[in-house]
Design a protein around this ligand. Structure first.
Ligand SMILES: NC(=O)c1ccc[n+]([C@@H]2O[C@H](COP(=O)([O-])OP(=O)(O)OC[C@H]3O[C@@H](n4cnc5c(N)ncnc54)[C@H](O)[C@@H]3O)[C@@H](O)[C@H]2O)c1
Length: 329
């Protein structure tokens, strides 16, 4: 059985990743500073509480668990939630420690979490992308320590791929704003408000350009990537988002209200099109996100009721203006 070691396995995204891996038949080791109560774990998962930045710990766990693959999620995941120098040093050191220890231990597949924030949206000095929808070919221009730390994680992957050739297969992914199953049912997101509030008040979703992804869809992306990364070019980076935007109005109309000067660029974002393209993951891996706010959030209940299904098409009303830079992205 293939053994996958997941760092940050107790986190918002990590919990869905370890559960999906276990349900798919992988042997899963979850490493985190925090443990998940055994009753909340879905599937047979080995947990180890660990500070991956403690000297020698990343190497020790690779020799102890001998994984076939590593998915590195551990990080400070919210911009400005700690001093800038702490975010930069924590996330870059974690990415280097985990990916280099995995490479040194002969792990054959190594995936690291990056973020769409590497693109630099939300910059108070002004920002426009090269194009909408934003794809992996667009230039990265981070403006805070979190975005920079994720760009360094991507570059660490490239450096290790250059050093190790194709003995190790690497990939990075940029998950959009992750919504966990309990958040569809009304649990607060990192910002304290609910997904429904994010949808009802575009000021809350605008800082992330209305992007989002269901945690289980992101987990399914990672499983497909694990299965296919031997057959794609090494060190690829992918956006991982829902097929639609977290908005009731077309982004061609919403984005110009929050991103000055973007009306012409945003014009292609008609209907329910998202700001970030997932065509690369679709074409290279055959990944298709199955869940949308339209299928997961009950229209009747404030609590929201999960009901998995295919992506539907609808629209509705909104309210203008505002900004929140402290976004997990
Ligand atoms: N949540 C999002 O919307 C989002 C969007 C884009 C990228 N990401 C990235 O995806 C990854 C997972 O995000 P998340 O939302 O699940 O974050 P999270 O904060 O819920 O989980 C991160 C986990 O990492 C663990 N961790 C941090 N430092 C550690 C250390 N030194 N040793 C061991 N464990 C440590 C934390 O305890 C936590 O459980 C992160 O790398 C994040 O930057 C998240």
């Amino acid at each position: 059985m293939t053994r996958v070691l997941v760092t940050g396995g107790s986190g918002r995204l990590g919990r869905s990743v370890v559960a999906s891996l276990a349900e798919t038949g992988y042997d899963v080791v979850s490493l985190d500073r925090e443990s998940v109560p055994a009753g909340e774990l879905r599937g047979d998962i080995v947990q180890e509480v660990i500070d991956l930045l403690a000297p020698g710990e990343a190497e020790r766990v690779m020799s102890k668990h001998v994984p076939d693959a590593v998915i590195h999620l551990a990080a400070i995941a919210v911009p400005f939630s700690a001093p800038e120098d702490v975010i930069l040093s924590t996330n870059t050191r974690l990415a280097y420690a985990v990916m280099s220890a995995a490479s040194g231990a002969g792990v054959s597949r190594v995936i690291t979490a990056s973020s769409p924030t590497v693109m630099g949206y939300g910059n108070p000095q002004g920002w426009l992308p090269g194009r909408f929808p934003i794809d992996e070919g667009c230039a990265r221009r981070p403006w805070n320590a979190y975005g920079l730390s994720k760009m360094v994680a991507e570059e660490t992957m490239h450096m290790l791929a250059a050093a190790n050739g194709n003995h190790v297969q690497y990939a990075a992914f940029r998950p959009c704003f992750v919504v966990s199953p309990e958040e569809w049912r009304g649990a607060p997101t990192q910002q304290g408000h609910t997904v429904r509030e994010r949808l009802d008040d575009p000021r809350l979703s605008a800082p992330a350009l209305f992007n989002y992804v269901d945690a289980r869809d992101a987990a399914e992306f990672l499983i497909l990537l694990l299965e296919k990364m031997d057959s794609i070019p090494n060190a690829q980076t992918f956006f991982v988002g829902a097929a639609d935007a977290l908005a009731r109005e077309p982004l061609a109309e919403l984005i110009p209200q929050f991103v000055p000067g973007s009306a012409r660029l945003a014009a292609p974002l008609t209907g329910d099109s998202p700001a970030f393209s997932i065509d690369k993951a679709r074409q290279m891996l055959g990944w298709h996100p199955k869940r949308s706010w339209r299928t997961e959030l009950s229209p009747e209940s404030d609590d929201g009721v999960a009901a998995a299904g295919s992506v539907a098409q609808t629209s509705g009303g909104f309210a203008p203006a505002g900004s929140n830079q402290e976004e997990a992205q």
